[in-house]
Design a protein around this ligand. Structure first.
Ligand code: TXA
Ligand code: MG
Length: 312
């Protein structure tokens, strides 16, 4: 199959309406979209990504009202978070409506929903005339794509179309919050920090690894963000690293590194991390040193991704 790369929302949404699967930019990372109720197209999404079927998908909406199509109830904490942060890099988990196929939720009774803060994404959802499921547009286990070229690298020849909207603004995925219970629970740290969430939901909890919710968030179990190289979090650059080693971080790295990406802020670190990991693969890097950052603000999501990239 030839994958069409286009900047035309009209063309891309026509492909979705005709049953094709289309990668598109959001403010976080690129997603791979299909209508939330079209199980044939959704199966193609799972196949293209080689995604385990027990990992549920996020439904992307273009207006807050569309939540009612996919959720059976909007809890108080959800309403508070929606009012403050939609559109934005926040995904909320709610009890699902009967309209959402089991394939989307991996058999769970809940559905994850978000409204991206990206004009192109919103226009695609509107042009498709339905909310779209969209996992990150990478092969499962790889770093999420932040450019159309990274999508093509993983899924070129496998998906119908990439809607090219340039580099994504945040670079790490959305923050996922379970709003089904009395107290909202952070399931995945992401572009929106827990400090930001606490400004309107002071009681929000972090997920206990041993909790029941942990079982209910299957994405946490799977291998993630892994380049071919081994990844290590470091506090300072190595003055004499082994051959074929790369570094990303704030400090000035010595000449021993084969590839260095310097960053000035945590926001820039977040934007560049996944593309850095991909570039390491392109260059045949064998060991990656990521400078550890403090966990305030976006730092928590950066460290989460580095730890998971380092985990295997
Ligand atoms: O920023 C993002 O969220 C990007 C862009 C494309 O929107 N999407 C994304 O999707 O990261 P994906 O499929 O790569 O990650 C979705 C995460 C997974 O960890 C999944 O397990 C979790 O959301 N999830 C989805 N539905 C859930 C549910 N009903 N309950 C708990 N977790 C859920
Ligand atoms: Mg993903």
């Amino acid at each position: 199959m030839k994958t069409l790369v286009t900047e035309s929302v009209e063309i891309a949404s026509e492909i979705v309406r005709n049953g094709g699967i289309v990668a598109f930019p959001t403010e976080t990372v690129y997603g791979l979209g299909a209508p939330f109720s079209d199980t044939e197209a959704i199966k193609k999404v799972f196949d293209a990504k080689r995604r385990p079927q027990d990992n549920p998908l996020i439904v992307h909406i273009s207006t807050p009202e569309q939540i009612e199509q996919v959720a059976s109830e909007i809890t108080l904490s959800a309403a508070t978070l929606i009012a403050e942060f939609f559109p934005g890099p926040l995904t909320i988990v709610l009890p699902k409506s009967g309209a959402v196929p089991e394939l989307v939720t991996a058999g769970l009774e809940t559905v994850a929903v978000r409204m991206p803060a990206n004009e192109i994404a919103i226009a695609l959802i509107e042009g498709s005339r339905t909310p779209l499921v969209a996992p990150s547009a990478n092969v499962s286990g790889k770093p999420s794509p932040t450019t159309a070229a990274a999508v093509i690298e993983d899924l070129g020849g496998i998906i119908d179309c990439v809607l090219d909207g340039g580099q994504t603004r945040h670079g790490l995925e959305s923050t996922v919050v379970d709003c089904t219970g009395e107290t909202p629970v952070l399931l995945r740290s992401g572009s929106l920090s827990i400090e930001d969430l606490r400004t309107v939901c002071p009681d929000i909890k972090k997920l206990e690894p041993s909790s029941d919710l942990s079982r209910r968030s299957p994405g946490l179990r799977h291998r993630h963000y892994s380049p071919e190289a081994a990844v290590l979090a470091v506090n300072t650059p190595d003055p004499s690293p082994p051959p074929n080693t790369a570094f990303i971080g704030f400090m000035t790295a010595g000449e021993g590194y084969d590839f260095v990406v310097p960053v000035e802020t945590k926001e820039e670190y977040a934007v560049r991390l996944f593309e850095f990991l991909r570039e390491c693969d392109r260059r045949g890097i064998q060991l990656v040193h990521c400078e550890a950052v403090d966990e305030a603000g976006i730092g928590s999501a950066i460290m989460d991704r580095i730890r998971r990239a380092a985990a295997d």
